[in-house]
Design a protein around this ligand. Structure first.
Ligand code: FES
Length: 111
């Protein structure tokens, strides 16, 4: 459905309540790489789920709430959740972060 010729491209990700504080939720997408939604003390972050060093699922990683970092479950590489920058070896390639909107208790991917 278009709105004055502008396509609405937001995509429902999950309900905020589905992501526990200090946890993450993997979002599978048909034909596209999975995403991870992180909840760090009520702040949400949406990133690619797959580590840039290997095929590990970052939604299964350890979250350091103080540093706002996720540690990969495979080789303990780490990423800053706010920027996607690698901050722990062996990761050197940035993680893609995604813009989203939180509305009425639900998260929507933008773009
Ligand atoms: S797969 Fe993530 S650090 Fe190696």
């Amino acid at each position: 459905m278009s709105d004055g010729g502008v396509m609405n491209t937001e995509t429902f990700l999950c309900r905020a309540a589905d992501v526990p504080d200090g946890g993450a939720l993997k979002i599978e997408r048909a034909g596209r790489p999975p995403l991870a939604v992180f909840n760090v003390g009520g702040r949400f972050f949406v990133t690619d789920d797959t580590c840039t060093h290997g095929e590990a699922s970052l939604s299964e990683g350890e979250i350091d709430a103080d540093e706002c970092v996720v540690e990969c479950p495979w080789h303990s590489g780490a990423f800053d959740l706010a920027t996607g920058k690698p901050c722990g070896a062996p990761c050197t390639i940035a993680l893609k972060i995604h813009a989203f909107e939180c509305r009425d208790g639900a998260l929507y991917l933008l773009g």
